[in-house]
Every structure is written in structure tokens, then in C-alpha cells.
Design a protein. Structure first.
Length: 112
């Protein structure tokens, strides 16, 4: 059964509301590295979403990476592998923020 993982980075903090996140490094170095390391575990695709403030103006989260996998088992294997250590070791190159990491099964999809 297909699975999805979400890596969600927190929104800006402090009075200046800045993010310590290098999007260029993330898109051009980190995500290609993740693709190379995790493709054999069933990583199908990924997309990066820059999240906007909500209706109340707050921005609790700033960036979300949505990854599609062949199966939750493959995702779990990727997270337990040396390949995960390689990908995780690169995080310091684009941010010092700690993300929220979620996984789950795809229970519905519709393409328009």
C-alpha cells in the first residue's frame, strides 16, 4: 500500500520573524541526495511546499516536504538504514531547525 511521509519545518521565530533555512541548498543539494539514497527503498517522488500564514496571520510551520513511497515498509527500512544517516547528516547544511516528521498510508487520491 502506498505511503506518504511529511517533513514539516517550524515557522519563523523571534521578533524579526526570519527563517534559518537555505532553500537553494535544500532543493539543489539535499533533496537530490535524499532521492539518490532512498530511491532503492521505494521513494517515488517528492514535493516541497512553502507554507503561508494562516487566516489569523500566524505561521506555525514554514516548509513542508511531502514524499511518496511504494510502501510504509520501504519507508521504515529507509529510516533504519545507513542511507538515512547520510541524508540526516546533510541537514546542518541548510538549517538548524528541528522538523516534525509524520508518516502514514495513502487512503485516498484523486487526480484532476
Amino acid at each position: 500500500m502506498p505511503a506518504t511521509s511529511l517533513v514539516i519545518y517550524p515557522g519563523p521565530s523571534g521578533s524579526d520573524q526570519t527563517l534559518n533555512f537555505n532553500m537553494d541548498c535544500f532543493l539543489n543539494t539535499h533533496m537530490p541526495l535524499a532521492t539518490k539514497q532512498w530511491k532503492s527503498f521505494g521513494l517515488r517522488d517528492w514535493k516541497v511546499v512553502e507554507l503561508r500564514p494562516g487566516a489569523d496571520g500566524s505561521r506555525p510551520y514554514s516548509i513542508a516536504t511531502v514524499m511518496s513511497w511504494d510502501s510504509l515498509e520501504g519507508l521504515k527500512e529507509a529510516l533504519a538504514s545507513d542511507a538515512f544517516k547520510v541524508v540526516a547528516g546533510d541537514v546542518k547544511n541548510f538549517t538548524d531547525m528541528r522538523p516534525l516528521f509524520l508518516t502514514g498510508y495513502v487512503v485516498g487520491i484523486h487526480v484532476v
